[in-house]
Design a protein around this ligand. Structure first.
Ligand code: HEM
Ligand SMILES: CC(C)=CCC/C(C)=C/CC/C(C)=C/COP(=O)(O)OP(=O)(O)O
Length: 314
């Protein structure tokens, strides 16, 4: 008896650790940040930043960069948090998503919605006050496009869900551009078009690798409804479409030779991955393509940026 008491007292963490409000608050904030899809939003902000920089020959004003990226970032995080609420019952069925804060019961639906509302209102208000109303309206439309149209309806309704929903995810370079100029420029639509065509290969590669998850959750993703062979063919076709869209910045002389060389190299590798996925049943190959798609979109926007300032400073 004595022995078991000693054992019991040694394995209990000290009270000041288990009950420290500071530690509890930090771990709560980690859960809230977990609602924001921070890595996805970070890459979106990179594309928004490039949209801002390409809108003018010189660097945009620091305050425009700061408030523009803050507003677009907060609105994107808000949309992501709503998606977590809407999808919590799907997320708890899928191995990839069941560790998320809502299925784990770390945050309630009400808390997540309140968080999404607060950061969403702050983000859109910042755009209205410090940027311009057009950017605020377009950002709000993207927020609703992802949080409501895609998450609540398209995702469960059609295998074309991510093609149509991709419009919201593709918007950030256009939002960044409008934040700087206050108007819609055709060149900004070209940047949006590249991400729009990139989204299906980006997502369907992951979806092939995680098909069992989506099947279990009853979500009509393309590999579930039309099979893997058909999805792989669609990946090839959208890859070719994406390659064609990436020619536009050069053809319209928005970007120069540096961009052309960079994008050709990136495209060759993307096509190689699409071909590999087409000819393989290995889920790891599909995951490899998904990971490369992320490197691709980041590098493409970095190359656009370098090309812009290379031309400007030389
Ligand atoms: C409707 C359009 C899109 C769909 C359906 C989609 C789908 C997905 C999915 C399901 C994941 C896995 C997330 C996870 O495991 O937590 C993911 C990851 C990712 N996506 Fe997308 N995506 C879309 C658009 C975008 C856009 C526009 C970007 C950036 C410009 C982007 C960047 C990323 C990044 C960086 C990751 C990796 C996140 C991580 O490692 O945690 N996605 N995407
Ligand atoms: C204002 C603005 C630009 C809004 C866009 C916001 C945003 C974060 C879009 C993300 C796109 C994305 C990761 C979709 C996957 O959702 P999913 O639900 O199919 O994936 P999941 O299963 O990983 O949740």
């Amino acid at each position: 008896m004595q022995h078991s008491n000693i054992k019991h007292s040694t394995i209990q963490p000290p009270d000041h650790i288990t009950q420290s409000p500071a530690i509890e608050a930090i771990s709560q904030w980690r859960d809230y940040l977990g609602l924001c899809k921070l890595k996805v939003v970070a890459v979106m902000l990179l594309t928004a930043l490039v949209g801002m920089c390409l809108a003018v020959p010189e660097l945009p004003a620091f305050s425009t960069l700061f408030w523009g990226l803050s507003g677009i970032g907060l609105a994107s995080c808000s949309a992501a948090a709503v998606n977590h609420v809407v999808d919590s019952h799907i997320d708890e069925k899928m191995a990839r998503t069941r560790h998320r804060p809502l299925p784990q019961g770390k945050i309630t639906h009400q808390q997540a919605l309140l968080f999404a509302a607060i950061i969403g209102v702050i983000g859109i208000t910042a755009l209205v006050i410090f940027i311009n109303p057009l950017t605020a309206w377009l950002t709000l439309a993207s927020l609703i496009g992802y949080a409501v149209v895609y998450s609540m309806w398209l995702k469960r309704a059609t295998p074309q869900n991510i093609v149509i929903g991709g419009v919201a995810g593709a918007a950030p370079p256009l939002l960044g551009w409008v934040a700087v100029t206050g108007s819609l420029d055709p060149n900004s639509l070209l940047l949006m078009l590249i991400i729009f065509a990139w989204t299906p290969p980006h997502f369907w590669a992951l979806c092939i690798a995680r098909k069992a998850d989506y099947q279990k959750a009853g979500i009509p993703m393309l590999p579930v409804t039309h099979g893997e062979a058909f999805t792989k063919l669609q990946i090839i076709l959208y890859t070719l479409l994406m390659v064609a869209t990436t020619a536009f910045p050069y053809l319209t002389q928005m970007s120069g030779e540096f961009y052309l060389i960079g994008v050709v190299a990136l495209n060759l590798r993307f096509m190689q991955w699409a071909w590999k996925v087409y000819n393989s049943d290995d889920k790891q190959v599909a995951m490899g393509m998904f990971r490369y798609s992320i490197t691709y979109i980041m590098m493409l926007f970095v190359v656009l940026l370098i090309d812009h300032y290379y031309a400007f400073f030389s």
